[in-house]
Design a protein around this ligand. Structure first.
Ligand SMILES: Cc1cc2nc3c(=O)[nH]c(=O)nc-3n(C[C@H](O)[C@H](O)[C@H](O)COP(=O)(O)OP(=O)(O)OC[C@H]3O[C@@H](n4cnc5c(N)ncnc54)[C@H](O)[C@@H]3O)c2cc1C
Ligand SMILES: *[C@@H]1O[C@H](CO)[C@@H](O)[C@H](O)[C@H]1NC(C)=O
Ligand SMILES: *[C@@H]1O[C@H](CO)[C@@H](O)[C@H](O)[C@H]1NC(C)=O
Ligand SMILES: *[C@@H]1O[C@H](CO)[C@@H](O)[C@H](O)[C@H]1NC(C)=O
Length: 354
Protein backbone atom coordinates (compact mmCIF):
# COMPACT_ATOMS: atom_id res chain seq x y z
CA UNK A 1 0.00 0.00 0.00
CA UNK A 2 2.83 2.37 0.83
CA UNK A 3 4.13 1.86 -2.67
CA UNK A 4 0.79 2.89 -4.15
CA UNK A 5 0.64 5.92 -1.92
CA UNK A 6 4.09 6.83 -3.16
CA UNK A 7 3.00 6.45 -6.78
CA UNK A 8 0.08 8.79 -6.26
CA UNK A 9 2.46 11.15 -4.58
CA UNK A 10 4.62 11.13 -7.69
CA UNK A 11 1.62 11.85 -9.86
CA UNK A 12 0.68 14.83 -7.78
CA UNK A 13 3.12 17.58 -8.44
CA UNK A 14 0.57 20.26 -7.67
CA UNK A 15 2.42 22.12 -4.93
CA UNK A 16 5.90 22.05 -6.45
CA UNK A 17 4.74 22.99 -9.93
CA UNK A 18 2.82 26.05 -8.92
CA UNK A 19 5.52 28.64 -8.86
CA UNK A 20 7.25 27.63 -12.07
CA UNK A 21 4.30 28.74 -14.15
CA UNK A 22 2.97 31.54 -12.03
CA UNK A 23 1.13 34.37 -13.71
CA UNK A 24 1.12 32.72 -17.12
CA UNK A 25 -2.41 33.31 -18.38
CA UNK A 26 -3.83 29.93 -19.40
CA UNK A 27 -0.50 28.21 -19.95
CA UNK A 28 -1.17 25.51 -22.53
CA UNK A 29 0.34 22.03 -22.20
CA UNK A 30 2.36 20.61 -25.08
CA UNK A 31 -0.08 18.51 -27.07
CA UNK A 32 2.45 17.83 -29.81
CA UNK A 33 4.03 15.28 -27.50
CA UNK A 34 3.03 11.91 -28.85
CA UNK A 35 2.63 10.46 -25.37
CA UNK A 36 -0.05 13.11 -24.69
CA UNK A 37 -1.99 12.08 -27.78
CA UNK A 38 -1.62 8.45 -26.82
CA UNK A 39 -2.82 9.24 -23.36
CA UNK A 40 -5.93 11.01 -24.67
CA UNK A 41 -6.86 8.10 -26.89
CA UNK A 42 -6.21 5.58 -24.12
CA UNK A 43 -8.39 7.57 -21.71
CA UNK A 44 -11.19 7.59 -24.29
CA UNK A 45 -11.13 3.79 -24.30
CA UNK A 46 -11.67 3.41 -20.54
CA UNK A 47 -15.00 1.88 -19.62
CA UNK A 48 -16.49 4.44 -17.23
CA UNK A 49 -19.94 5.31 -15.91
CA UNK A 50 -19.01 8.97 -16.17
CA UNK A 51 -16.85 10.52 -18.88
CA UNK A 52 -13.83 12.62 -19.76
CA UNK A 53 -14.21 16.14 -21.06
CA UNK A 54 -11.28 17.09 -23.34
CA UNK A 55 -12.86 20.27 -24.76
CA UNK A 56 -14.30 22.32 -21.96
CA UNK A 57 -11.18 22.28 -19.78
CA UNK A 58 -10.87 26.03 -19.27
CA UNK A 59 -13.47 26.13 -16.50
CA UNK A 60 -11.19 24.11 -14.22
CA UNK A 61 -8.13 26.18 -15.15
CA UNK A 62 -8.97 28.68 -12.43
CA UNK A 63 -9.56 28.94 -8.71
CA UNK A 64 -10.74 31.41 -6.09
CA UNK A 65 -7.38 33.21 -6.14
CA UNK A 66 -7.80 33.94 -9.89
CA UNK A 67 -4.04 34.19 -10.31
CA UNK A 68 -3.06 30.74 -11.57
CA UNK A 69 -4.49 29.26 -14.76
CA UNK A 70 -3.28 25.80 -15.74
CA UNK A 71 -5.08 24.03 -18.57
CA UNK A 72 -5.44 20.32 -17.94
CA UNK A 73 -5.45 17.74 -20.71
CA UNK A 74 -8.72 16.27 -19.50
CA UNK A 75 -11.42 16.68 -16.88
CA UNK A 76 -12.79 13.46 -15.42
CA UNK A 77 -16.47 13.79 -14.56
CA UNK A 78 -16.83 10.64 -12.46
CA UNK A 79 -20.25 9.20 -11.73
CA UNK A 80 -18.93 6.42 -9.53
CA UNK A 81 -15.95 5.85 -7.27
CA UNK A 82 -14.82 3.08 -9.59
CA UNK A 83 -14.45 5.69 -12.38
CA UNK A 84 -11.78 7.36 -10.25
CA UNK A 85 -10.14 4.07 -9.39
CA UNK A 86 -10.02 2.95 -13.05
CA UNK A 87 -8.52 6.27 -14.13
CA UNK A 88 -5.79 6.34 -11.49
CA UNK A 89 -4.90 2.68 -12.06
CA UNK A 90 -4.64 3.43 -15.77
CA UNK A 91 -2.26 6.32 -15.16
CA UNK A 92 -0.15 4.23 -12.78
CA UNK A 93 -0.03 1.39 -15.30
CA UNK A 94 1.29 3.76 -17.96
CA UNK A 95 4.49 3.87 -15.96
CA UNK A 96 6.49 6.62 -14.37
CA UNK A 97 5.77 9.99 -15.95
CA UNK A 98 6.56 12.93 -13.71
CA UNK A 99 4.95 15.35 -16.18
CA UNK A 100 1.53 13.83 -15.71
CA UNK A 101 -0.41 14.98 -12.67
CA UNK A 102 -3.81 13.91 -11.41
CA UNK A 103 -5.59 16.38 -9.17
CA UNK A 104 -8.85 16.13 -7.27
CA UNK A 105 -10.88 19.30 -7.50
CA UNK A 106 -13.59 20.14 -5.00
CA UNK A 107 -15.17 23.58 -5.27
CA UNK A 108 -11.94 25.19 -6.54
CA UNK A 109 -11.75 27.59 -3.60
CA UNK A 110 -8.05 27.17 -3.00
CA UNK A 111 -5.93 30.15 -4.01
CA UNK A 112 -2.71 28.97 -5.62
CA UNK A 113 -3.57 26.41 -8.26
CA UNK A 114 -3.82 23.45 -5.86
CA UNK A 115 -7.02 22.23 -7.54
CA UNK A 116 -5.58 22.56 -11.05
CA UNK A 117 -3.35 20.34 -13.14
CA UNK A 118 -1.02 21.61 -15.85
CA UNK A 119 -1.50 19.24 -18.80
CA UNK A 120 -2.81 16.51 -16.53
CA UNK A 121 -6.15 15.16 -15.36
CA UNK A 122 -8.49 17.07 -13.06
CA UNK A 123 -11.09 14.96 -11.27
CA UNK A 124 -14.23 16.99 -10.72
CA UNK A 125 -15.34 15.59 -7.35
CA UNK A 126 -18.71 17.38 -7.38
CA UNK A 127 -19.78 15.14 -10.29
CA UNK A 128 -19.77 12.02 -8.10
CA UNK A 129 -23.31 10.74 -7.89
CA UNK A 130 -22.87 7.83 -5.49
CA UNK A 131 -25.06 8.03 -2.35
CA UNK A 132 -24.47 11.63 -1.53
CA UNK A 133 -25.42 11.96 2.13
CA UNK A 134 -26.69 9.59 4.77
CA UNK A 135 -27.41 10.71 8.36
CA UNK A 136 -27.25 8.07 11.13
CA UNK A 137 -29.25 9.15 14.16
CA UNK A 138 -27.90 6.75 16.77
CA UNK A 139 -26.62 7.59 20.25
CA UNK A 140 -23.39 8.99 18.81
CA UNK A 141 -24.73 10.31 15.54
CA UNK A 142 -22.68 10.67 12.37
CA UNK A 143 -23.11 11.05 8.64
CA UNK A 144 -21.60 9.34 5.60
CA UNK A 145 -21.04 11.58 2.63
CA UNK A 146 -19.39 11.80 -0.77
CA UNK A 147 -16.05 13.62 -0.88
CA UNK A 148 -17.49 16.07 -3.42
CA UNK A 149 -20.44 17.23 -1.28
CA UNK A 150 -20.63 20.85 -0.12
CA UNK A 151 -20.73 21.64 3.61
CA UNK A 152 -23.72 23.95 3.06
CA UNK A 153 -25.78 20.94 1.90
CA UNK A 154 -24.65 18.98 4.94
CA UNK A 155 -25.86 21.78 7.19
CA UNK A 156 -29.32 21.78 5.59
CA UNK A 157 -29.68 17.99 5.61
CA UNK A 158 -28.43 17.32 9.14
CA UNK A 159 -30.54 20.16 10.58
CA UNK A 160 -33.65 18.33 9.36
CA UNK A 161 -32.75 15.67 11.95
CA UNK A 162 -31.90 18.25 14.63
CA UNK A 163 -28.18 17.47 14.24
CA UNK A 164 -25.11 19.32 13.07
CA UNK A 165 -21.37 18.69 12.55
CA UNK A 166 -19.25 19.87 15.49
CA UNK A 167 -16.54 21.78 13.70
CA UNK A 168 -16.98 24.13 10.77
CA UNK A 169 -15.34 26.54 8.40
CA UNK A 170 -16.69 30.10 8.27
CA UNK A 171 -17.61 29.73 4.64
CA UNK A 172 -19.66 26.66 3.67
CA UNK A 173 -19.49 26.48 -0.13
CA UNK A 174 -16.44 24.20 0.18
CA UNK A 175 -16.36 20.43 -0.30
CA UNK A 176 -15.73 17.74 2.27
CA UNK A 177 -12.64 16.54 0.39
CA UNK A 178 -11.36 20.11 -0.04
CA UNK A 179 -11.46 21.04 3.65
CA UNK A 180 -10.38 17.61 4.96
CA UNK A 181 -7.32 17.87 2.70
CA UNK A 182 -6.42 21.03 4.60
CA UNK A 183 -7.78 21.24 8.14
CA UNK A 184 -11.14 23.04 8.24
CA UNK A 185 -10.77 25.70 10.89
CA UNK A 186 -13.28 28.02 12.48
CA UNK A 187 -14.47 29.22 15.88
CA UNK A 188 -15.28 25.72 17.18
CA UNK A 189 -11.75 24.36 16.63
CA UNK A 190 -10.56 25.35 20.12
CA UNK A 191 -13.17 22.95 21.50
CA UNK A 192 -13.47 20.11 18.99
CA UNK A 193 -10.32 20.52 16.96
CA UNK A 194 -10.43 21.33 13.24
CA UNK A 195 -12.72 19.33 10.96
CA UNK A 196 -10.03 16.67 10.43
CA UNK A 197 -10.31 15.80 14.14
CA UNK A 198 -13.94 14.79 13.76
CA UNK A 199 -13.63 12.13 11.08
CA UNK A 200 -14.32 8.48 11.94
CA UNK A 201 -13.35 6.89 8.65
CA UNK A 202 -12.61 7.61 5.01
CA UNK A 203 -12.87 5.82 1.72
CA UNK A 204 -9.75 6.64 -0.29
CA UNK A 205 -8.78 5.91 -3.87
CA UNK A 206 -5.06 5.42 -4.38
CA UNK A 207 -5.78 3.32 -7.45
CA UNK A 208 -7.38 0.70 -5.24
CA UNK A 209 -10.43 1.72 -3.23
CA UNK A 210 -9.52 1.49 0.45
CA UNK A 211 -11.33 2.07 3.72
CA UNK A 212 -9.27 3.69 6.41
CA UNK A 213 -9.63 4.87 9.98
CA UNK A 214 -7.53 5.18 13.14
CA UNK A 215 -7.49 1.37 13.33
CA UNK A 216 -7.56 0.33 9.65
CA UNK A 217 -4.91 1.57 7.19
CA UNK A 218 -4.09 4.19 9.81
CA UNK A 219 -1.05 5.57 7.97
CA UNK A 220 -3.22 6.35 4.95
CA UNK A 221 -5.96 7.83 7.17
CA UNK A 222 -3.62 10.27 8.91
CA UNK A 223 -1.73 10.95 5.68
CA UNK A 224 -4.85 11.99 3.78
CA UNK A 225 -6.31 14.15 6.57
CA UNK A 226 -4.59 17.47 6.04
CA UNK A 227 -2.55 15.85 3.27
CA UNK A 228 -3.16 18.53 0.60
CA UNK A 229 -4.54 15.95 -1.83
CA UNK A 230 -1.14 14.28 -2.15
CA UNK A 231 -1.85 10.78 -0.77
CA UNK A 232 -5.11 9.70 -2.36
CA UNK A 233 -8.59 10.86 -3.31
CA UNK A 234 -11.23 11.15 -0.58
CA UNK A 235 -14.38 9.65 -2.06
CA UNK A 236 -16.36 9.13 1.17
CA UNK A 237 -16.13 10.35 4.74
CA UNK A 238 -17.85 9.47 7.99
CA UNK A 239 -18.04 12.48 10.28
CA UNK A 240 -19.47 12.89 13.78
CA UNK A 241 -22.56 14.95 14.58
CA UNK A 242 -24.00 16.52 17.71
CA UNK A 243 -27.47 17.83 18.56
CA UNK A 244 -27.81 21.20 16.83
CA UNK A 245 -28.49 24.08 19.23
CA UNK A 246 -31.94 25.60 18.82
CA UNK A 247 -30.76 29.14 19.53
CA UNK A 248 -27.54 31.07 19.58
CA UNK A 249 -26.44 34.15 21.46
CA UNK A 250 -24.00 36.04 19.26
CA UNK A 251 -21.70 38.71 20.69
CA UNK A 252 -18.88 40.78 19.26
CA UNK A 253 -16.70 42.98 21.40
CA UNK A 254 -14.10 45.46 20.25
CA UNK A 255 -10.64 46.12 21.62
CA UNK A 256 -8.23 48.98 21.15
CA UNK A 257 -5.31 47.13 22.65
CA UNK A 258 -3.81 44.03 21.06
CA UNK A 259 -2.43 42.59 24.30
CA UNK A 260 -5.76 42.84 26.09
CA UNK A 261 -7.48 41.27 23.09
CA UNK A 262 -5.19 38.22 23.02
CA UNK A 263 -5.24 37.94 26.83
CA UNK A 264 -9.02 37.73 26.80
CA UNK A 265 -9.07 35.33 23.89
CA UNK A 266 -6.63 32.98 25.61
CA UNK A 267 -8.62 33.22 28.82
CA UNK A 268 -11.83 32.34 26.98
CA UNK A 269 -10.52 29.35 25.09
CA UNK A 270 -8.91 27.89 28.19
CA UNK A 271 -11.87 28.29 30.58
CA UNK A 272 -14.42 25.51 30.88
CA UNK A 273 -17.97 26.11 29.78
CA UNK A 274 -17.43 29.51 28.24
CA UNK A 275 -18.51 30.04 24.65
CA UNK A 276 -19.10 27.46 21.94
CA UNK A 277 -17.56 29.57 19.19
CA UNK A 278 -14.67 32.03 19.53
CA UNK A 279 -12.83 33.85 16.78
CA UNK A 280 -10.61 36.90 16.77
CA UNK A 281 -10.26 39.47 14.02
CA UNK A 282 -8.25 42.50 13.15
CA UNK A 283 -10.44 45.39 12.08
CA UNK A 284 -8.99 48.15 9.99
CA UNK A 285 -10.38 51.56 10.82
CA UNK A 286 -11.43 52.83 7.44
CA UNK A 287 -14.45 55.01 6.79
CA UNK A 288 -17.55 52.93 6.35
CA UNK A 289 -15.74 49.80 7.44
CA UNK A 290 -15.67 50.00 11.21
CA UNK A 291 -19.08 48.43 11.63
CA UNK A 292 -18.46 45.67 9.18
CA UNK A 293 -18.45 42.36 11.01
CA UNK A 294 -14.91 41.89 9.81
CA UNK A 295 -12.54 43.65 7.48
CA UNK A 296 -12.75 42.81 3.83
CA UNK A 297 -10.52 43.96 1.03
CA UNK A 298 -11.46 44.90 -2.47
CA UNK A 299 -9.42 42.92 -5.00
CA UNK A 300 -8.95 46.27 -6.75
CA UNK A 301 -6.99 47.52 -3.75
CA UNK A 302 -4.34 44.84 -3.26
CA UNK A 303 -1.78 47.37 -2.11
CA UNK A 304 -4.06 48.66 0.60
CA UNK A 305 -4.78 45.13 1.74
CA UNK A 306 -1.10 44.24 1.89
CA UNK A 307 -0.28 47.33 3.92
CA UNK A 308 -3.11 46.75 6.37
CA UNK A 309 -3.41 50.51 6.49
CA UNK A 310 -5.77 52.01 8.96
CA UNK A 311 -6.93 55.52 9.79
CA UNK A 312 -5.37 55.72 13.18
CA UNK A 313 -5.07 52.37 14.90
CA UNK A 314 -6.00 48.86 13.99
CA UNK A 315 -8.82 47.57 16.12
CA UNK A 316 -9.42 44.03 17.32
CA UNK A 317 -12.62 42.10 17.62
CA UNK A 318 -13.62 38.96 19.45
CA UNK A 319 -16.63 37.22 17.99
CA UNK A 320 -18.30 34.68 20.26
CA UNK A 321 -21.40 32.54 20.26
CA UNK A 322 -23.09 30.58 23.01
CA UNK A 323 -25.37 27.76 21.94
CA UNK A 324 -28.43 27.00 24.00
CA UNK A 325 -31.91 25.58 23.94
CA UNK A 326 -34.62 27.91 25.28
CA UNK A 327 -35.94 25.18 27.61
CA UNK A 328 -32.56 24.97 29.34
CA UNK A 329 -33.48 27.77 31.76
CA UNK A 330 -32.16 31.21 32.45
CA UNK A 331 -30.75 32.54 29.21
CA UNK A 332 -29.45 35.77 30.67
CA UNK A 333 -26.91 33.83 32.75
CA UNK A 334 -25.22 32.82 29.57
CA UNK A 335 -24.62 36.45 28.72
CA UNK A 336 -22.89 36.94 32.04
CA UNK A 337 -20.10 34.94 30.51
CA UNK A 338 -18.99 38.33 29.34
CA UNK A 339 -17.86 38.98 32.91
CA UNK A 340 -14.84 36.86 32.09
CA UNK A 341 -13.84 39.67 29.81
CA UNK A 342 -12.81 42.74 31.72
CA UNK A 343 -11.02 44.84 29.25
CA UNK A 344 -12.91 45.23 25.98
CA UNK A 345 -13.72 48.70 24.80
CA UNK A 346 -17.30 48.25 23.62
CA UNK A 347 -19.89 45.75 22.46
CA UNK A 348 -20.37 45.87 18.72
CA UNK A 349 -23.34 43.55 18.56
CA UNK A 350 -25.33 41.40 20.85
CA UNK A 351 -28.01 39.37 19.16
CA UNK A 352 -30.24 36.37 19.48
CA UNK A 353 -30.82 34.05 16.59
CA UNK A 354 -32.78 30.85 16.29
C1 LIG B 1 -14.11 32.59 0.79
C2 LIG B 1 -13.31 31.49 1.45
C3 LIG B 1 -13.48 31.26 2.80
C4 LIG B 1 -12.75 30.24 3.44
N1 LIG B 1 -12.95 30.06 4.77
C5 LIG B 1 -12.27 29.09 5.41
C6 LIG B 1 -12.46 28.85 6.80
O1 LIG B 1 -13.23 29.54 7.47
N2 LIG B 1 -11.75 27.86 7.38
C7 LIG B 1 -10.87 27.08 6.66
O2 LIG B 1 -10.29 26.18 7.25
N3 LIG B 1 -10.66 27.28 5.35
C8 LIG B 1 -11.33 28.27 4.72
N4 LIG B 1 -11.10 28.49 3.39
C9 LIG B 1 -10.08 27.68 2.70
C10 LIG B 1 -10.72 26.40 2.16
O3 LIG B 1 -11.13 25.56 3.21
C11 LIG B 1 -9.71 25.60 1.34
O4 LIG B 1 -9.20 26.39 0.31
C12 LIG B 1 -10.36 24.34 0.78
O5 LIG B 1 -9.35 23.50 0.25
C13 LIG B 1 -11.34 24.70 -0.33
O6 LIG B 1 -12.19 23.60 -0.55
P1 LIG B 1 -12.58 23.24 -2.05
O7 LIG B 1 -13.66 22.22 -1.99
O8 LIG B 1 -12.87 24.46 -2.83
O9 LIG B 1 -11.23 22.53 -2.51
P2 LIG B 1 -10.35 22.76 -3.83
O10 LIG B 1 -9.86 24.17 -3.88
O11 LIG B 1 -11.08 22.26 -5.01
O12 LIG B 1 -9.13 21.77 -3.50
C14 LIG B 1 -8.22 22.13 -2.48
C15 LIG B 1 -7.16 21.04 -2.30
O13 LIG B 1 -7.79 19.85 -1.83
C16 LIG B 1 -7.58 18.78 -2.76
N5 LIG B 1 -8.83 18.02 -2.82
C17 LIG B 1 -10.07 18.48 -3.14
N6 LIG B 1 -10.97 17.50 -3.05
C18 LIG B 1 -10.29 16.38 -2.68
C19 LIG B 1 -10.66 15.02 -2.45
N7 LIG B 1 -11.94 14.63 -2.54
N8 LIG B 1 -9.69 14.14 -2.10
C20 LIG B 1 -8.41 14.53 -1.99
N9 LIG B 1 -7.99 15.79 -2.19
C21 LIG B 1 -8.93 16.71 -2.54
C22 LIG B 1 -7.23 19.45 -4.07
O14 LIG B 1 -6.47 18.60 -4.89
C23 LIG B 1 -6.47 20.66 -3.60
O15 LIG B 1 -5.14 20.31 -3.28
C24 LIG B 1 -11.81 29.47 2.71
C25 LIG B 1 -11.63 29.71 1.35
C26 LIG B 1 -12.37 30.71 0.71
C27 LIG B 1 -12.16 30.95 -0.74
C1 LIG C 1 7.04 13.73 -24.17
O1 LIG C 1 6.79 13.68 -22.78
C2 LIG C 1 7.69 12.85 -22.08
C3 LIG C 1 7.22 12.80 -20.67
O2 LIG C 1 7.06 14.06 -20.17
C4 LIG C 1 9.10 13.42 -22.20
O3 LIG C 1 10.01 12.62 -21.52
C5 LIG C 1 9.49 13.50 -23.65
O4 LIG C 1 10.72 14.13 -23.79
C6 LIG C 1 8.44 14.26 -24.44
N1 LIG C 1 8.72 14.14 -25.87
C7 LIG C 1 8.73 15.19 -26.71
C8 LIG C 1 9.01 14.90 -28.13
O5 LIG C 1 8.54 16.33 -26.31
C1 LIG D 1 -15.44 -0.34 2.93
O1 LIG D 1 -16.51 -0.20 3.86
C2 LIG D 1 -17.79 -0.35 3.26
C3 LIG D 1 -18.83 -0.03 4.31
O2 LIG D 1 -18.58 -0.72 5.49
C4 LIG D 1 -17.92 -1.76 2.69
O3 LIG D 1 -19.18 -1.91 2.07
C5 LIG D 1 -16.82 -1.98 1.68
O4 LIG D 1 -16.85 -3.30 1.21
C6 LIG D 1 -15.45 -1.70 2.30
N1 LIG D 1 -14.45 -1.77 1.24
C7 LIG D 1 -13.32 -2.47 1.39
C8 LIG D 1 -12.38 -2.41 0.22
O5 LIG D 1 -13.04 -3.10 2.40
C1 LIG E 1 -10.87 55.73 13.18
O1 LIG E 1 -10.95 56.62 12.08
C2 LIG E 1 -11.73 57.77 12.36
C3 LIG E 1 -11.89 58.54 11.04
O2 LIG E 1 -10.65 58.77 10.43
C4 LIG E 1 -10.99 58.59 13.43
O3 LIG E 1 -11.75 59.74 13.75
C5 LIG E 1 -10.85 57.71 14.68
O4 LIG E 1 -10.09 58.40 15.66
C6 LIG E 1 -10.16 56.40 14.35
N1 LIG E 1 -10.21 55.52 15.50
C7 LIG E 1 -9.14 54.92 16.00
C8 LIG E 1 -9.36 54.07 17.19
O5 LIG E 1 -8.04 55.04 15.52
Amino acid sequence: MLLKVFLVLLLNLAEQNINHCSYLPHATPDFTNLSSLELVSSLKKLNLNGNFDFQNTRRVANDFGNRYHFLPMAVLLPKTVSDISITIKHVINMGHNPELTVTARGHGHSLQGQSQSHGGIVISMESLEESKLHVHTCEQPYFDVSGGELWINILHETLKQGLSPKSWTDYLYLTIGGTLSNAGISGQAFKYGPQINNVHRLEIVTGDILNCSATENADLFYGVLGGLGQFGIITRARISLEPAPRSVKWIRVRYLDFNLFTKDQEQLISSDNSFDYIEGFVIINRTGLINNWRSTFSPREPLQASQFSSEGKNLYCLEMAKYFNPEDGNIINKVELLDILSSFSDILSNRWSS
